[in-house]
Design a protein around this ligand. Structure first.
Ligand SMILES: [Zn+2]
Length: 184
């Protein structure tokens, strides 16, 4: 395992290198269309490292960098499961959002695993925007359907930092419209 290979720019322009994530073990931080683009904002890498420390278990990303072609492909194929926010949303070419698989340790309680994981993430970062209700309901609907049971996605939450960070190319008008801490 080679750490020190996922490096990216923080919003202040300095470089952050992921402590816990490496291409050999965590290729999912790269685009899944086959292009293997890696362009996640350094602040997200730092956040994932901190989440990994606190959770004391692996953190899996189900969708990391998405190139524009891949985003369009996903939207065309399953808009309900994907959502309509591209991970690469600001204009500096970096991805400000990821989808994170709910780790096993958050799944053995009475609440839905997405809710528990959301609570845990919220403790560590009150301002990130978290998408989970929509995806949880979609997953439960699929689990309820005998014909779709085998295709039901694993529980995940969408973690979004777009317009929370004063990136070099942040659009202040959009930043004002995207409220910190929103959930959907
Ligand atoms: Zn791609």
């Amino acid at each position: 395992m080679k750490y020190g290979q996922y490096s990216s720019e923080l919003h202040d322009g300095t470089i952050y290198t992921a402590r816990w994530f490496a291409p050999e073990t965590d290729p999912e931080l790269m685009c899944r269309c086959g292009c293997r683009k890696f362009a996640i904002i350094g602040d997200m890498l730092m956040f994932l490292d901190e989440l990994r420390d606190a959770a004391e278990c692996p953190i899996w990303t189900t969708s990391g960098t998405r190139c524009r072609a891949h985003q369009e492909h996903l939207l065309q194929n399953n808009p309900n499961a994907v959502g309509n926010t591209p991970h690469e949303i600001q204009t500096d070419g970096l991805s400000y959002a990821i989808d994170s698989l709910v780790p096993e340790k958050f799944r053995n309680y009475s609440k839905q695993p997405e809710e528990l994981y959301r609570d845990f993430i919220r403790k560590h970062h009150p301002t990130v925007r978290i998408g989970w209700r929509k995806y949880m309901l979609y997953r439960l609907k699929l689990l309820d359907s005998p014909t779709h049971r085998t295709f039901a996605p694993q529980p995940f939450v969408h973690i979004d930092m777009a317009y929370l960070l004063e990136g070099r190319h942040m659009n202040p008008i959009k930043a004002a419209a995207w409220r910190p801490g929103v959930e959907w």
